[in-house]
Design a protein around this ligand. Structure first.
Ligand SMILES: Cc1ncc(COP(=O)(O)O)c(C=O)c1O
Length: 355
């Protein structure tokens, strides 16, 4: 605390990211990174971009990156003018909160969801109400039938991995034509349907996405948002009032290559889905209840063991998973899907711990 702080800083409760341990040789299954890393074409593009041009500012609009992203979503009828890019989707979300979600009426999001949302509300002094997930930890569209200034949730949701079908999202959009609805698709690449095909029919829909998970680029910091042009213009207006150059030259080069290398993207995300398909029955065989997940993580609890104890026992064996000390989910572990070899190490360790 200091007398020099702005008033709002006194009231902030900042987000606490999952641990990034300094030790090597850990099986790191706590922050939903890809176990495969980026496409070799991304590394090549970054190497090529490393040179004298680094003395020059990058393109403030990141036009070529926006084009590459729009190219990926061309089947959904999207164009470069419908793409916004940012330094990780956290930054994109931060911009969206300020540009689109701050209204007189409260913002709605689930009681169990990405814990950065209430933090942005604190930063921008934005009112919000949480809407409880049902007993099966699912979002129920009917529960959002109340006056609001906007709605946001991830699909699939984090930390549960549960998802809403497109038909339910479209119903939600239709029921709230006056409110912006942000669907955070950070985890959409692992078997869930994207809502981007609904954008041209729904002027209130903004979809955000990241290259951190499905494209293995958490370290490069790239995210984007897709929506009709007036929504993207709002995001650009905030961005250009805050930081002209959020995407550096290396990120731009790597991001373009990542969006263009579809074969590598498909191969790695399919491998993760296959590993998830093998890990779930294995954990169920050990007595875990595993929530259905279309994300690159699973959310699981054991009827006879506390989540915190299991997380600590795994940690003692060099395996890090995420445990949240939150009401309703304290018994759960959120486990990132690693390679098959990492999943094996995890399952063997749990078998030993439970024996
Ligand atoms: C639901 C959700 N949205 C957004 C993000 C932010 O991702 P990034 O800033 O790496 O793009 C995360 C990160 O874990 C997340 O879980």
């Amino acid at each position: 605390m200091s007398e020099y702080w702005s008033e709002v800083v006194h009231r902030l409760t900042p987000y606490v990211p999952g641990e990034q341990p300094k030790m090597a040789n850990l099986v790191k299954l706590n922050t939903n990174e890809s176990p495969y890393g980026p496409s070799p074409k991304v590394l090549e593009a970054i190497r090529e971009a490393t040179g004298d041009s680094l003395r020059l500012y990058p393109d403030p609009n990141a036009d070529r990156l926006r084009e590459a992203i729009a190219g990926f979503y061309a089947p959904q009828g999207l164009e470069p003018g419908q793409v916004f890019v940012g330094n990780g989707s956290d930054e994109v979300l931060a911009v969206a909160f300020q540009a689109l979600l701050k209204h007189g009426r409260p913002l709605l999001f689930p009681d169990l969801t990405y814990s950065f949302y209430p933090v942005y509300c604190g930063l921008y002094e934005l009112r919000y109400e949480t809407v409880p997930l049902d007993e099966a930890f699912q979002i129920r569209v009917e529960d959002y039938r109340r006056p609001c200034g906007g709605i946001i949730f991830p699909n699939p949701n984090a930390p549960t991995g549960r998802w809403l079908p497109l038909e339910a999202i479209e119903r939600l959009l239709g029921e709230h034509p006056d409110a912006p609805v942000v669907i955070d698709e950070a985890y959409v690449d692992f078997g869930c349907e994207t809502a981007t095909g609904l954008i041209n029919r729904h002027p209130n829909l903004l979809v955000t996405h990241t290259l951190s998970k499905g494209r293995g680029l958490a370290g490069l910091r790239l995210g984007f948002a897709l929506g009709q042009r007036p929504l993207v213009e709002a995001l650009d207006r905030v961005k250009n009032s805050f930081n002209s150059y959020p995407i550096d030259r290396l990120a731009m080069a790597g991001g373009i290559a990542a969006m263009e290398d579809r074969a590598y993207f498909d191969q790695t995300r399919q491998a993760i889905q296959a590993s998830r398909g093998r890990l779930v029955p294995e954990l169920e065989g050990l007595g875990f209840e595993v929530l259905p997940s279309l994300a690159n993580f699973i959310f699981a609890r054991h009827p006879a063991h506390a989540g915190a104890d299991l997380a600590a026992a795994l940690r003692a064996r060099g395996i890090i998973v995420r445990h949240f000390r939150l009401p309703r989910v304290e018994a759960f572990l959120r486990i990132t899907i690693g390679t098959d070899a990492q999943c094996r190490i995890l399952a063997d360790a749990l078998r030993e711990i439970l024996a």
